[in-house]
Each structure stands twice: as C-alpha cells, then as structure tokens.
Design a protein around this ligand. Structure first.
Ligand code: SDX
Length: 386
C-alpha cells in the first residue's frame, strides 16, 4: 500500500502531537477551557484540602481511595523502602558540584534499576512493588543529591515522619512545622499527576516496547528536565529575582513579548484558563510571604500575572503550575536547583500509574514522519564531491 499522501487522502500530521489522543486513561482528567483537574474523578481542590500525599498516591496508583487498613499498609511499605544504598550515595558524590541536579536524579533512579532483582519483571504485581520502591526512594535521592551538592552530611530518612515532613527533614536536618509540612504535602499532591504531558508520554513510549519501569521512569525524568516542561519553575523564580522590583515588571514583560520570548510559568498546551494548581500555589506564596515578612517576590509575581493577563490572557495564556511554586519553595528554604527534582519525585506516582495502565492494553508507539527530503539522489565518489 502506498505510503504517499494523495489529494484524496491527505496525511494526518500534528506537530508535537497537538490535539492528538494517544491512549485512554482513567487516572486524571483536565478541562483546559474551564481550568478543571480531577484525580480519579475527584477535584484536586478537594484532594488538596482533605487528603495527603500518601493517600493521593494510593488513589492514583490503585484507582480508589484506600480504607484505613489499606492506607496503613501502603504507608508502611513506603516507609520500609525509603533507604537508598551507600553505593548510590558514592555515585552521587562523584558528580562535579555544578552538575545539573536533574542529571544526578536521572542517573540515580537508573542506578536503582540496576540493583533491583525484579527490574525485568513486567507483571502488574512486580510493577506495583517497583512503583512503591521508586516513589519511596525518590525523595531520599533528591534530598541526598541536594545536601551532597551543598557539601553537607547526608541525613538518612526518618520513618516516624510523613513523606513531606521527612523530605524537608532530609533537606535540612530540621523537622518542619505543621504548616511547612502541610504546604510541602500539598505541593507534592499538586505535582503528582497531569495526564498525557510530555514526560508521562515519554514513559509510556518507553514501556510500550516492553522495556522495564525503571527505563520508563528514567525516560520521563530526562523529558521533565526541559525548560518548556518541568524546568520552568526554577526559571520563573530566577526571572522574578532578575526583574527585582514591581516597577520594572511592565517594561520586562513588554520587551519579552515583543521579542517573542516565553515568560516562564505561563501558558499551557491544554489549559487556556487559569491552571487550578497555580491558584492554590499562589495562595501559599501569598501566605508564606506575609508570615515571613518578605513581600518583594510575591508583589513582582502578581504584577507579572496582571500584565501578562492584560497582554495575552485573551490568547488563553495564564499562570501554570510552575509560576508560583518557586516562590513557595524559596520560603521553605529549598534551593532553586532542587525545584525540578521535587516536581519529578512527586510526578513519579503519575508516571508509574500511567506505565502500568498503558501495559494493560499495550501497543508499541511507532508514529510516522512526513518525508520532505530528496528522492532522486545518487552516490558520488569522494574525489568528485564539492
Ligand atoms: C508544565 O503538559 C502538561 O500538563 C505539563 C505540566 C504538567 O503538570 O505536566 O502542566 C507542567 O510543563 C507546565 C508548563 C511549564 N512551561 C513553561 O511555563 C514554559 C513557558 N510556556 C510555554 O513554553 C508554552 O506555553 C508551553 C510549552 C507550556 C505550551 O506551549 P504550546 O501549547 O506549544 O504553545 P505555543 O508555544 O505554540 O504558543 C502559542 C502562542 C504563541 O504565540 P503566537 O506565535 O501564536 O503569536 O502563545 C504564545 C506563543 O508565543 N505563548 C507565550 C507563552 N506561552 C505561549 N508567550 C509568552 N510567554 C509564554 N509563556
């Protein structure tokens, strides 16, 4: 059968797969026009208010809210798997101190795969077990990479603490206040899952060849690193600091737009309304700025938001999850280099869930490309080439 496009049958072509559905899923749903996000059918606002990261992880992975006993068993399994091998700490220590944190994280998760005796077992049972190991170890990897980069002693996980509290503890050696724990826990909930984003898509492309879940998560981490995806949170805060004062905002935004530069933390392929996650993060950024007595960052950020909505809101460009998250992290004393790794550690839940869901009806991804090259070239001996 000819693979040529014909007048009768034009080629289906969507750069960046814009608008193309590549799988079915029951994990989350996004209404981009109205800024709605549901995790297994439940609005994220309800989950952010009433749930915690462990319970939400169970919901995303297993498709329903756990009973009390199921949650206790799941939480115990996560706590049992938080430790990472000393050999991995030695590998992390070998990286130059200025290595991008996402290179270290990507290597670390891949390393864990090399030491998991069940790595190649793609049965649902084995993949659930490996998902729990990956999700449990990810915060320990992120905190260890951060504290080693900062030249400090590694702090082992504390199984008496929740995942959010334990992460903040491993990052600083200080146990967080209840407010800090709740905010960290909510940030992790807001990053846990988001449908067929680029990094999730890369995880299912990888698993679709029947590779293993560690390879799939490693693909996802590499994909999340980019500034158009998970790397935007760090850049958004750097931009806020670079602008420096509220009075400089209008000029900065107008120059950027005039030069077709993207303002980090704004815009979305699906949301053409305010990202519901950004609304919750803006609230935390405001409350932390007030309680810390440092309003400079939030005033600049809200001025950027006001002017961006004035200029491009009509094109459906609004703040996304990455715009306010950096301000919140900075008030929790988290270094900018660790913003995207935190995004990755939370999203590991969604990645694992999609990998296992896709395997239920697996079909290898093999799209086409429209050939635009020459079809009548011939070999030329090297001495005759110009
Ligand atoms: C995440 O997919 C997900 O769900 C991702 C995510 C998740 O949870 O997994 O939500 C997380 O990745 C959020 C996005 C983080 N990235 C950024 O904040 C980087 C800045 N944003 C842009 O690069 C952009 O908005 C994207 C990449 C997010 C979406 O890009 P699209 O859908 O390909 O849109 P586009 O680049 O084609 O832009 C359409 C128009 C263009 O203008 P015109 O050429 O039509 O005149 O909108 C403009 C763009 O210039 N535009 C922006 C802009 N984003 C789009 N203009 C200024 N600043 C921006 N941020």
């Amino acid at each position: 059968m000819s693979t040529e496009a014909t007048e009768k049958k034009p080629i289906d072509f969507a750069r960046g797969l814009e608008g193309v559905h590549v799988a079915t899923t029951a994990i989350s749903w996004i209404d981009g026009q109205n800024g709605v996000l549901l995790y297994r059918g439940i609005p994220i606002e309800e989950i952010a208010k009433h749930s915690n990261f462990e319970e939400t992880s169970y919901l995303i992975l297993y498709g329903k809210l756990p009973t009390k006993q199921q949650l206790e068993e799941f939480d115990a399994a996560l706590k049992k798997n938080r430790e990472i091998p000393d050999d991995l700490l030695d590998v992390i220590r070998k990286f130059p101190k200025d290595t991008h944190s996402m290179h270290v994280i990507r290597t670390a998760i891949s390393f864990l795969g090399g030491f998991d005796p069940d790595a190649e077992d793609n049965t649902p049972e084995a993949n659930y077990e490996k998902s729990i190991k990956i999700i449990a170890k990810f915060p320990t990897v992120v905190a260890a990479a951060s504290i080693i980069r900062r030249g400090l002693e590694v702090i082992p996980p504390d199984s008496s603490l929740s995942m959010a509290a334990n992460f903040l503890y491993m990052m600083s050696g200080e146990k967080p206040t209840a407010e800090e724990e709740k905010i960290m826990d909510t940030i992790m909930i807001l990053h846990i899952e988001h449908g067929m984003n680029a990094s999730t898509f890369s995880s299912i492309v990888t698993i679709s060849t029947l590779a293993d879940i560690y390879s799939a998560i490693t693909s996802a981490i590499g994909t999340l690193k980019g500034p158009l995806h998970g790397g935007a949170n760090e850049r958004a805060l750097r931009m806020i600091k670079e602008i420096g004062t509220r009075d400089n905002v209008r000029q900065y935004v107008e120059n950027a737009l005039a030069n077709k530069q993207k303002i980090m933390g704004f815009g979305h392929r699906v949301y053409k309304a305010y990202d519901p996650r950004a609304k919750i993060l803006r609230g935390y950024a405001e409350s932390l700025s007030k309680s810390r007595g440092d309003m400079s960052g939030i005033e600049i950020a809200e001025e950027i938001e006001k002017i961006m909505i004035e200029k491009v809101g009509g094109k459906g460009i609004f703040p996304n999850v990455d715009f306010y998250s950096g301000l919140v992290y900075s008030h929790l004393n988290i270094p900018m280099e660790d913003f995207t790794p935190i995004f990755a550690m939370a999203r590991s839940v969604g990645w694992c869930a999609h990998v296992m869901e896709y395997l239920e009806q697996n079909r290898i991804f093999r799209p086409r490309a429209v050939y635009v090259g020459s079809k009548d070239a011939h070999y030329v001996p090297i001495d005759e080439r110009k």
